[in-house]
Design a protein around this ligand. Sequence first.
Ligand SMILES: [Zn+2]
Ligand SMILES: [Zn+2]
Length: 432
Amino acid sequence: MNNNLINNIMPEEIETWYFIENSIKRIMNLYNFKEFRPSILQLNSLYKKYFDFSQELDDKNIQNKILHIKDLDEYGLRPEGTLAVLNSELAQNAITKSQKIFYTGPMFVKNNDNYLQYHQIGAEILGSDNVISDIEIVQLAKTIFKELGINDLFLEINSFGCEKCRPKYLNALKQFIHLNRNEVCDHCKKHLDQEPLVILNCLNQSCKQISNMAPINLDYLCNDCLENFTKIKKLLSNIGTNFTVNPNLSLNFNYYSRLVFNLTTNINSQNQTNNSIKQNQKIIATGGRYNQLAKYTTQLPLAAVGFSFNIESVIEIIKQKNPKSKKPRLFSVCVCSVADSMELLILQVTQELHSYDIHTIIIENKIDIDQVNQLSKLHECNIILVFREDLIRDAKLMVLTYNHNQEKTNQDIILLSDLMDDILRKKKSISY
Ligand SMILES: [Zn+2]
Ligand SMILES: [Zn+2]
């Protein structure tokens, strides 16, 4: 068993998470998307309902994904966000007024013997079947990645058709695969009867060849779906969004109808045998319209479109693309003492610094005077305040100032009563 369920985010990584989360909140707000925080525990019956639906669609993907909780039979850990959104009051509210929402948080999946906790960000528009919403979701996803510094984005689109035309395509596909079943890999052969679409995502060369020759959904679209897809392509072109139509684009889930899309970017990967660096296209977000799923799970005449991505994967990409990106540094003051019994003074000065919004580092234990200089490198601070017994008797303290390279540029003895003025003046003189 491969267990990746414990997924701690360490303090040294948190700046990257804040950067992503804050960028997302800013862009979501710009597009008028409100945050929804779905419960981490969800009813298993919700996924059972979805499972029944996906069985009708030949999609067994979710079947083994739910992590059940032993003491709470009816509950499981959420594997993704869309179903939780559909199962909330948002669905009912969307009947009278379209709802634009986003969510972010940990998700839990079980895939055969692999257990995983990952973080997902998703956005959904419920209650609008207008192509404006399809385009808006695509633009939103693109804007977020641009905000995160991922500029080489490629948009691939396809249409999955609707409940009228998709079954015709699926039947043709199944027939085709059945005729070629001797050519597919052992894994696909084993799953073919249960899951005929398994072959479309298989990386085996001969399966890939067969997939490439297989019937495509675009040739089976009904007139309404064809018109919808043409309109989307035209709108994307006219607003200057580059895209390619990928008829083989098949997402992990079959619950989509009409527009489906992938956003990809180039990443470097190292060839294990000769250590050469190769550029690969990697999918960073997927999305599309899922009216059928929305209607089935809510029993409401609900249209829906959305996208999601995995934060851990995006962090990997950001690290690769901007390895040197350095966070802006805070102006920071370190407070220490080389004498005993300075607790009250340290706490008072710190409290006052905080009231001026100044980032403060407290050195709790008394240190030697020759250790003071090391603090600047260790904590990357701009100023070190040192309480010394001889100085404090005259209500004074020592103030050391450092530059960006943590070199000492100044050393003063000043009155405690002048301290805040002195620090604020120095803060002003340091530009970032
Ligand atoms: Zn159709
Ligand atoms: Zn295969």
